[in-house]
Structures are given as structure tokens and as C-alpha cells.
Ligand binder design. Structure first.
Ligand code: NDP
Ligand code: ZN
Length: 350
């Protein structure tokens, strides 16, 4: 065991504050990592504040981790001391079920072990995430950072990138397809870049006209202001796919109407009951599909990192001093970040 420091919430209503805790000594298949950067995902806020009702305290968020390997267990072959590596949303799974066998560890039939607020499969301890000086993770759940990649702007690929890339790939989004990305935050802006790189025609649906020009700079071909009922009506029947990153309850019906027949609305932002209710006619009458998607498997996480390196896709980030993490949460909720905060972990020692 060795001592680590990080920022954690002690209750759903307490701000994140520094905490000293123990990380395990590496097991034979473990990689120990000194964390350099960690992105700040909206899921971190949902969890720190127990908005999904599954939080375990103390809760140390952070699942967009980039760091350097400092030690490896004797059975580790994939990574060595000094390597630059990444850790995303999961740190373990059963590894044998049907989903794990298909490299879909996120759908592990026993439930994956998430990077934070989940019991470790071996010792039962509560996992602690990447808002910390170090982390110890089984090598299978550690990915390689491609050579030459800008490190801070690559961190959000570990969640925002894979969460948008995985459904695009699964549904075969590419040339000839029209896709709408709903919401331009951390996930949404990566969704625009990735869908564009895959060859689709991309439209951003945003609440804010002010984001129109920036969306075009991200690669969007068109922008629809979702609060303008006229613009929404004019888009009826236009899209093959919608990728919905909106983190709060919203009416899906007007969006569904913008899909062609056989169109697919993919939810990634919501894991709560849908409210207001879906009008089933919006599905039935046009054979439309309402789908969901959870992050992505480890092999696919490596794939999206390599894809971003190859296409020079970077997240737009604002570097964050960890001492300002609580203000950063408020700014994210207000939509005041372009488009991902990334913690410079050197500020933990400051
Ligand atoms: P951000 O806060 O960075 O961005 C969310 C965007 O949604 C905003 O920028 C805004 O875009 C739009 N939005 C925010 N509030 C509203 C509102 N009241 N009505 C309509 N639109 C709104 O969040 P992230 O991108 O980090 O995360 C998005 C969601 O995805 C979160 O709920 C997160 O938990 C979830 N998530 C899901 C994953 C999965 O595996 N399925 C993995 C990771 C995250 P605009 O201003 O353009 O309208
Ligand atoms: Zn996330």
C-alpha cells in the first residue's frame, strides 16, 4: 500500500475537498500510474451529488485519466515503467461472460467495476477515481497513448471520445448519412469531430445560437437552435441518426420527428426515466428506433485513441487547477466551458 492524495466528496451535498488515502500495491497483473491529467465529465457531477442514486462515499471522481507508469506487477506484459497510458471509465469486469468475450466489458453481465464508486472485485474496497495523484489498475484496463499525442487534450477521449465513437461505429455512421448531435458540451463537441471524421454530414442541435459559429469550427455542417420551434419543424424527417448527449430531462418527441423513417435516436446523456413521455407514434409510424449506448470496450477505447491520433482530433479543453474543481462544476452546469475541463494534476501538490 502507498499513500495517495486526491479530491473527494464525503456526502452528496459537500464540496469536493482534499483527502489522503491508500492505493494498493500492484497485484501481479496491475499497473501503477502517476496521474498527469484527468478530464472532468458531467458524470462526475451526477455521481458526486448522487443524482443517479448509486454513489458510494467518499466519492473520488475522475475517469479520463492520463499518466505515466511507475511500477508493474510480475505478470504484466502490455505496459512498462515510463510508458504514457490512459484509464477510462472501467477498471475491471468478469472477463469471461458473453459481453466480455466480445470486448464489450462495459456490458459485462456481472457489471463492470467502474473507475470510481464501485467495489473492487478482489478486496471489496470502494474504487477511487482520477482526481488523484496516482491509480493502480489491472493491465487489461490500461490503454496506450499513441506517440506524439498532446496529452491534456487527449484525456477526454477516455470517456467523451469513446462514448460518442462507440455508438457511431456500432450503427455504422459514415458517408451518405445525416446525423444530428444534441448538445455541444464535452461529449457533443467530440461527437461532432468524430462523426465528421467518419464521413457523415453533421448538424448540431443546441439551445444557444451563440454556439453556431463554434460548432462550424468543430466541423458541423449545419446548426439547429433547438429552442426555435420553427427551426425544429423545418428539420422534420431529415436525419438518419441523432446522438443525444443532453444530461437532463428533455422532450424527445420534437427530436424524433426530425428523423427519417428507420432513423435511430441514440441516448447517451440520460439514464433516468424519460419525461415527458415518448409518443409511441413517433416510433411506430416511421419504424424509428430509440437506442442507448454506454461508453465503449477497452479494445475500442484503444481504437478511438489511435483514430484521434491519426486524424489529429483533439478535445477543446480548459486547463484546471484542482483547487478550483467546485467552481468548475458550477461552470459546467451553466454551460460555461469550451468544452472540457482537464485537471493539471501538478496543481494537487501546489
Ligand atoms: P456537458 O455538461 O459537458 O454538456 C452537456 C450539453 O448538453 C451542454 O453543453 C448543453 O449543450 C446541453 N444541455 C445542458 N443542459 C441542457 C438542458 N437543460 N436542456 C438541453 N440541453 C442541455 O456534459 P457531458 O458532455 O460531459 O455529458 C453529457 C451527459 O452524458 C451527462 O449526463 C453524462 O453523465 C453522460 N455520459 C454518458 C456516458 C455513457 O456512457 N452513456 C458516458 C459519459 C457521460 P448546448 O448548450 O449546446 O445546448
Ligand atoms: Zn465520463
Amino acid at each position: 500500500m502507498y499513500t495517495a492524495i486526491g479530491y473527494a466528496a464525503q456526502t452528496p451535498t459537500s464540496p469536493l475537498a482534499p483527502m489522503t488515502f491508500q492505493r494498493r500495491s500492484p497485484r501481479p497483473d496491475d499497473v501503477a500510474i502517476d496521474i498527469l491529467y484527468c478530464g472532468v465529465c458531467h458524470s462526475d457531477i451526477h455521481q458526486a451529488r448522487n443524482e443517479w442514486g448509486i454513489a458510494v462515499y467518499p466519492l473520488m471522481p475522475g475517469h479520463e485519466i492520463i499518466g505515466r507508469v511507475t511500477a508493474v506487477g510480475d505478470k504484466v506484459t502490455a505496459h512498462k515503467v515510463g510508458d504514457l497510458v490512459g484509464v477510462g471509465c472501467m477498471v475491471d469486469s468478469c472477463r469471461t461472460c458473453e459481453a466480455c468475450a466480445k470486448d464489450l466489458e462495459q456490458y459485462c453481465l456481472e457489471g463492470p467495476t467502474m473507475t470510481y464508486a464501485t467495489p473492487d472485485r478482489v478486496d471489496g474496497s470502494n474504487t477511487m477515481g482520477g482526481y488523484s495523484s496516482s491509480i493502480v489498475v489491472s493491465e487489461h484496463f490500461v490503454v496506450r497513448i499513441p506517440a506524439g499525442m498532446d496529452l491534456p487534450s487527449a484525456a477526454p477521449i477516455l470517456c467523451a471520445g469513446i462514448t460518442t465513437y462507440s455508438p457511431l461505429k456500432h450503427h455504422g455512421v459514415g458517408p451518405g448519412h445525416k446525423i444530428g448531435i444534441l448538445g455541444m458540451g464535452g461529449l457533443g463537441h467530440m461527437g461532432i469531430k468524430l462523426a465528421k471524421a467518419l464521413g457523415a454530414e453533421v448538424t448540431l442541435f443546441t439551445r444557444s445560437q451563440a454556439k453556431a459559429e463554434e460548432a462550424r469550427r468543430q466541423g458541423a455542417d449545419h446548426v439547429i437552435v433547438s429552442t426555435d420551434a420553427e427551426q425544429m419543424r423545418a428539420a422534420a424527417g431529415r436525419f438518419d441518426f441523432l446522438l443525444d448527449t443532453i444530461p437532463v430531462q428533455h422532450d424527445l418527441n420534437p427530436y424524433l420527428e426530425t428523423l427519417k423513417f428507420d432513423g435511430v435516436h441514440i441516448l447517451v446523456g440520460l439514464i433516468e426515466p424519460i419525461d415527458p413521455a415518448l409518443h409511441a407514434a413517433n416510433l411506430v409510424m416511421k419504424r424509428r428506433v430509440l437506442a442507448g449506448s454506454l461508453i465503449g470496450g477497452i479494445a475500442e477505447t484503444q481504437e478511438v485513441l489511435d483514430f484521434c491520433a491519426e486524424h489529429d482530433i483533439r478535445c477543446d479543453i480548459e486547463m484546471l487547477d484542482i483547487r478550483n474543481i467546485n467552481q468548475a462544476y458550477e461552470r459546467m452546469i451553466a454551460g460555461d466551458v469550451k468544452y472540457r475541463f482537464v485537471i493539471d494534476m501538478a496543481t494537487l501538490q501546489g
